[in-house]
Write a protein that binds this ligand. Structure first.
Ligand code: ADP
Length: 258
């Protein structure tokens, strides 16, 4: 990975993490966790050793999306990640909290400290691709997270009902500040394919993502439709069974990253 000045090296010598991709969004609820999960599923299926670090401490959804029932265990060497059914290594605040429904009401520095620990104290082992489900937004908390982990690239997730232009500009500025390349944009809830007539409908109106992408010289690497089956797969913790090729182009770009 890249080495920012403030980089905190993992304290355990068992970790060898080759590529780290941060997944960001402007606000909550646009599908950042879904995209993180689908990317991890796609890369794991392609034969790479894959991990998810759930840095969305106040809104963790990874354990639910993968139906992880076990809690993380620790020994004197560190914390063991929790494996999904297909072998993706994960760490989330819900894997260490006794009660999943307890709200996390921690302040920014405590949240950032927890994410740092997920990086330094977890026994990740050999990982080809680690995906970080970032805290939403471009504020203090995501910034601190980016300063604590040597992220190699950023994926920006937007939805058509967001103020895409503003969010992308902010994310681009954050990436520049951190000196991290942007891999590309993913538009979630892009359209809906009517099962009765097979036509695509743009539920939230015309997308402006093309203009915005062109303005910043970014690639659009995926468009994910609104799909009730996708929502159901997330709810039932069966995201690993989901079929869909919307992220193939993005996966391919990740494979070709230097
Ligand atoms: P975020 O991480 O940005 O807060 P999530 O990935 O948790 O957002 O998604 C929010 C909710 O919307 C979840 O319940 C998820 O299942 C649902 N959802 C996200 N994207 C889609 C989609 N393309 N089609 C159907 N439901 C979706």
């Amino acid at each position: 990975g890249q080495q920012p000045d403030s980089l905190i090296e993992p304290t355990n010598e068992y970790n060898d993490i080759k590529k780290i991709i941060g997944v960001v969004s402007g606000k909550g609820g646009v599908g950042k966790s879904l995209v993180t999960s689908l990317l991890a599923v796609t890369m794991q299926r392609a034969g790479y050793k894959t991990a998810i670090l759930d840095a969305d401490i106040t809104g963790p959804s990874i354990p639910k999306t993968f139906k992880l029932e076990e809690k993380a265990v620790a020994n004197e060497l560190g914390i063991f990640p929790v494996k999904t059914k297909t072998g993706i290594e994960t760490m989330s605040v819900n894997s260490i909290l006794e009660n999943d429904t307890d709200p996390v009401v921690w302040r920014g520095p405590v949240i950032a400290g927890t994410v740092k620990q997920f990086w330094t104290d977890v026994l990740w082992g050999d990982i080809d691709y680690m995906f970080i489900d970032m805290p939403p937004g471009t504020g203090d908390v995501p910034l601190t997270v980016f300063q604590s982990i040597p992220v190699d690239g950023i994926v920006i997730v937007t939805s058509p009902q967001e103020l895409v232009s503003m969010i992308v500009t902010k994310a681009v500025k954050m990436a520049e500040l951190m000196n991290i390349p942007i891999v590309g944009l993913v538009e979630n809830m892009s359209y809906f394919t009517c099962p009765d007539n097979g036509k695509d409908y743009q539920i939230f109106g015309d997308s402006h993502i093309e203009e915005v992408a062109a303005k910043h010289g970014l690639d659009i690497l995926g468009r994910i439709p609104i799909d009730p089956k996708l929502a159901a797969a997330c709810d039932k913790g069966m995201i690993e069974l989901f079929e869909g090729e919307w992220l193939e182009e993005l996966a391919h770009k990740l494979e070709n990253m230097k």
